[in-house]
Structures are given as C-alpha cells and as structure tokens.
Write a protein that binds this ligand. Structure first.
Ligand code: ACO
Length: 312
C-alpha cells in the first residue's frame, strides 16, 4: 500500500510584526534581517492564543480538506517545542477539542524536524494496517520562549500551525522514500535555556544545516529512484533563505519551485514545513502527480526528509 497526504490546512495569527517594528525595540535593521535571513515580517499570537488553539484551527482545515471526520482519526501526533504545558500533551488537548474520540494522541519532540518525524511515524502505523487515518500537526508559539531583547534570536521566529491528514493513497503516489536522523552531540548549539528562552549558536547551526539539507534531499530523491530534475517542488524548513538556497542550488532547480513562506512568517520551527505545504497546495503550486521534497533540520540536532508523489 502507499501512504500519502489526504488533506492539509494551516493557521497563522493575524498580528503582523515587521522588521521595521523590531528596529524600534532592538539594535537591528530591516536591511540586516532581509539580507541575512530573508525574513520581512512574522506573525505573533496574542496572549489568549496558545499552541493548542493554533493546532486546532489548522487541524480543522486539514480534516475538511481531506474529507475525513474527526471520529475517523486513529492517531494524533503533534510536533511542538512550545506546548501549552509540559503535560497533558497538545495532542490530547486537540483530541478533545476536535472530538476525535477514537484517536490515540501524543506529542513528538524533535524540534524543527518534528513534523517530519510525525509524518514518518504516521506512515509506519498506516503501512502496518493498524491505523487508517493519522493527523499530524506542527504548532508553535515561539514568541513565548523568545527573548525579545536579544537581537540574535528575536528577529528570526514567528507563530503558527500546519496540519496534514495521512492515509492510504493509490499505488505510485504518496511517500516514496524518507530519511530521519539525529546527532545529540550537537545539542549544545540549540536549546531552551534556564530562563526558558531559546538559545542558538547561529553559526554552528548554519554550518550544520547548509550541509544537512542538501545531503538529505539528494538521499531521498535517489532512494525514490528519481533524479534531481524530477523534483517539481521543494519545501525546506524555513529557517534562513541562505540555507534554503543552498539546498535549491544543490538540486539545480529554479527559484519558483521552492517554498519561501519565511518572507512572511519567519521561522515557525515544526510548523514551517506544514504551513508551507498547505499554502503551496492552496495556491496551486503543487499539482496532482508532482514530485515534492520536504526537508527539515532542527534542535537535537535532528533532521528528516521525505520524497513524495502528490495526490490521492
Ligand atoms: N541585527 C543586526 N545585527 C545582528 C543581528 C540583528 N538582528 N543579529 C546578529 N547581529 C550581528 C551579530 O552580533 C554579529 O555582530 P559582530 O560581528 O559584531 O559580533 C554580526 O551580526 C554577524 O553575526 P553572524 O552570526 O556572523 O551572522 P550570520 O550571517 O551568521 O547570520 C543568523 C546569523 C541569521 C542567525 C545565521 O547564523 C543563521 O540563520 N543561522 C541558522 C539559524 C537556524 O537555522 N536556526 C534554526 C533552528 S532554530 C529553530 O528553528 C527553532
């Protein structure tokens, strides 16, 4: 059997914070942020919206898009580094709110690679025939672990959520190949510190990502028996446009074939790939039978990639 995406959805808060806005609070400039990161603005959730709320809004849309009822979901996997509380999980909160009464639920902790880890975990349960429908969500309220006085990090992140319903699709469609990986020796480069703020050694993470994203992309393309030129759309984790460009250039694909939601949303950690995927489907950038590569990296350090043929 083949496992693929039956429907997608996303949610971003309405409140826009531009680079110019940040110029007023930290020693930075619109020009620095644009040229070093590719970010122009980001969305920041209000106090009364948490990760589980955004997960709910995105999940409702994905279920509608998939034409699957909440009661038909067998498992909910929520990737997040910013859960409402350490426990219960956001997945359990979501299960209740959706009325997904049949579903098991748990959170996945793999930082920005969390959605990729969730997707591949979902695939295993569906492949074995144990479950029919799995809801995978990436949701982040990064603004609550951001030190708004630290220019090194506060310009980079934004809030939002993206979701996908996975299930059986026709033969030759769906997930063709995947890679997941971890290197815990790099944990020191990206973590939540004693003050609960996100700490990042930008240069080290940059070096790692610029190597890992192209490598993982090429690996899944080869595993799927495809060539780089077969890729119709590339969705890299939206962390820095320069890292994303390295992956795009390595694959030799044109600019219009890569998602760049980073411009409008910044880095949404585990939510960045499903938000970009949902937008690309809605905007018609991804069409039936297209070969799509999703590739992410993040704290842990972790990484993950998927090559899939779009459609049911
Ligand atoms: N505005 C102005 N200057 C700044 C800012 C800012 N917002 N931030 C840093 N600078 C300064 C630094 O202080 C430094 O000054 P110095 O030379 O006087 O010390 C100078 O700019 C250059 O710093 P670099 O670190 O060399 O800048 P670089 O070009 O590497 O860009 C960046 C920094 C954007 C953080 C980059 O390293 C990066 O994107 N790294 C990867 C980050 C990433 O991928 N994170 C993803 C994981 S996190 C997650 O997804 C949850």
């Amino acid at each position: 059997m083949s496992v693929g995406v039956l429907g997608v959805g996303h949610y971003v808060p309405t409140n826009v914070v531009t680079n110019k806005d940040l110029e007023k609070t930290v020693d930075t400039s619109d020009e620095w942020i644009r040229t070093r990161t590719g970010i122009e603005e980001r969305r920041i959730a209000s106090d009364d919206i948490d990760s589980s709320d955004m997960a709910f809004y995105a999940a409702e849309k994905a279920l509608y898009d998939a034409n699957v009822k909440a009661e038909e979901i067998d498992l909910i996997l929520v990737a997040t580094v910013t859960p409402d509380t350490p426990f219960p999980s956001v997945a359990c909160m979501l299960q209740d709110r959706l009325g997904a009464t049949k579903a098991a639920a748990m959170d996945v902790s793999a930082a920005c690679s969390g959605f990729m880890y969730g997707m591949i975990t979902a695939k295993q349960f569906i492949d074995t025939g144990v479950y029919k429908h799995v809801l995978v969500v990436g949701t982040e309220k990064l603004s609550k672990i951001t030190d708004w006085s630290d220019r090194n990090t506060c310009v980079l992140f934004g809030d939002g959520a993206g979701a996908a319903v996975l299930g059986e699709v026709s033969k030759n469609k769906g997930i063709l190949s995947f890679e997941l990986g971890a290197d815990g020796s790099g944990a020191k480069h990206l973590y939540q510190d004693d003050n609960d703020f996100l700490f990042m050694n930008g240069r080290e993470v940059f070096k790692f990502a610029v190597r890992q994203m192209p490598e993982s992309s090429v690996k899944v393309i080869e595993q799927a028996g495809l060539k780089n030129e077969d890729v119709d759309y590339l969705i890299p984790h939206q962390a820095n446009i320069r890292i994303m460009e390295a992956a795009r250039e390595r694959l030799g694909i044109s600019e219009d074939k890569m998602a760049t939601s980073i411009k409008r949303y910044g880095n949404n950690s585990s939510a960045s790939i499903p938000i970009a995927l949902s937008e690309a489907v809605k905007n018609g950038k991804i069409k039936d039978n297209d070969v799509v590569v999703l590739v992410g990296f993040g704290g842990g350090l972790t990484w993950g990639a998927v090559a899939l043929r779009w459609g049911k």
